[in-house]
Write a protein of this length. Structure first.
Length: 394
């Protein structure tokens, strides 16, 4: 089969950014075809936010993104803001709620949001071709895309097929292969927003504490700290603060955890030494979960009356809970990573239009680019903002 010769734009990937670009482009009167290798559109979108879709974050700004080129995302985020994203989805009759500060979820759920976006694309005239594996792409313009269901040609090609994380929802590394084919650099792709794996004695500690969660911990890695929940797993550490720290983790780097953020445990112990008559572990249990106290408190101090501890023992006890350090041996890998960090090097891409500087008509969007958001709606906001930037230039 040979597709229409009159296409204005081919989009590879019917996920968040690909559908949003197709909608905006089709509404501008462009003839758009979206090629999706999976059996359905927006599979990550449907699974997002645990089925509730955290579609944006009201506070989204460049500092919420990790990239080798940290200023790249600034222009697109400023030109298509979280408020604009909410307004665009409200048009489909969807409502939103703020479940945590700034984090906006879809009241009707992720599936309904994805269905509404797909329906709007079709209504605007975009053609979506499912079960359409891309076999080869040639260019520069006109771009020619050979697929399992036909050949498509257009003067513009948007690569919106995301990163390879969470492959059971259809993810692939096609975007990176295409980037390299067209001579672009790819910043080393790696799992991010992913649990960390510990080894040796610390792995045993995690196994013993598996299932224990703390509502607030501060996790530091690579010069930044993240505040949020922490969960011990059978293999290591997870929970929102750890997932965010994983975006900066590289093999060999240490992670430090403060299990009592915002308090000075050494100071509290010193005050307690003057007033409290019981054992140190009993005092600690007033501040921290019993299981954590049993696992981390220095045994010499824990089993003695707090009143008997020396200044050095107070400091050592405080350090055990406020500067717990570990050097993860690995992450849980792409299979369990909510996003892929790294990706198409943005130095070759216009920050205003997402178009490749060296190859006019070739665009990269969303997670395929070396722009990775924190947890909390930032990655989908990047998908919408990068798509809107490309659409505005068409
Ligand atoms: C379980 C889970 C939950 C998440 N929850 C949230 C959340 O609540 N909030 C948030 O901000 N972010 C969330 N994310 C991240 C967010 O979903 C992604 O960052 C975002 O979807 C990226 O958009 P994209 O358009 O770049 O790629 P995607 O949405 O991944 O779309 C890529 C599309 O391209 C298709 N494709 C891939 N390879 C090919 C190929 N070779 N040929 C043709 N088509 C191809 C895929 O099937 C897919 O449809 C979550 C991710 C996961 C995995």
């Amino acid at each position: 089969m040979r597709s229409s010769d009159l296409l204005d734009l081919i989009v590879i990937g019917a996920g968040a950014s690909g559908l949003f670009l197709s909608l905006l482009a089709a509404r501008r009167g462009l003839s758009v075809t979206v090629l999706e290798h999976g059996p359905a559109t927006g599979r990550k979108l449907r699974a997002s936010g645990g089925g509730r879709c955290n579609l944006t974050n009201l506070a989204a700004g460049p500092e919420d993104y990790f990239s080798d080129n940290p200023h790249f995302c600034r222009s697109a985020l400023a030109r298509f803001t979280p408020a604009e994203a909410l307004a665009a989805f409200a048009e489909f009759g969807l409502a939103f709620e703020e479940k945590a500060p700034g984090q906006m979820f879809c009241v009707q759920g992720a599936r309904r949001l994805a269905e509404a976006l797909e329906a709007a694309c079709r209504e605007a005239g975009a053609r979506i071709v499912l079960n359409c594996p891309v076999r080869a792409v040639t260019g520069p313009a006109p771009f020619r895309v050979e697929t399992g269901t036909g050949i498509f040609e257009a003067p513009r090609l948007a690569v919106a097929c995301g990163g390879p994380s969470w492959p059971n929802l259809g993810a692939s590394d096609l975007a990176f292969r295409l980037a390299r084919q067209f001579g672009l650099d790819v910043v080393e792709p790696r799992p991010a927003l992913v649990p960390l794996v510990l080894s040796g004695g610390q792995a045993r500690l995690c196994r013993d504490l598996a299932g224990l969660s703390l509502a607030d911990a501060r996790v530091s890695c690579g010069g930044r700290s993240f505040l949020g929940g922490l969960l011990f797993t059978h293999r290591g550490l997870s929970g929102p603060a750890v997932l965010e720290a994983s975006c900066l983790w590289r093999p060999g780097l240490e992670v430090a955890v403060d299990f009592l953020p915002g308090r000075d445990l050494e100071d509290l112990l010193r005050q307690g030494r003057g007033e409290f008559r019981g054992l140190t572990k009993t005092f600690l249990r007033r501040l921290l979960p019993d299981r954590l106290v049993a696992a981390l408190a220095p045994p010499g101090a824990a089993e003695r009356p707090l009143a008997q501890l020396s200044n050095a023992e107070l400091a050592e006890t405080a350090r055990a809970f406020q500067n717990f350090t570990a050097t993860p041996s690995d992450t849980e890998g792409l299979a369990k990573a909510e996003v892929t960090a790294g990706g198409v090097d943005t130095r070759d891409i216009s920050s205003k239009t997402m178009e490749c500087r060296k190859i006019p008509g070739l665009f990269f969007l969303g997670e395929a680019l070396d722009v990775t958001g924190r947890l909390g709606g930032f990655n989908l906001q990047w998908a919408w903002s990068s798509a809107a930037a490309a659409a505005a230039s068409l």
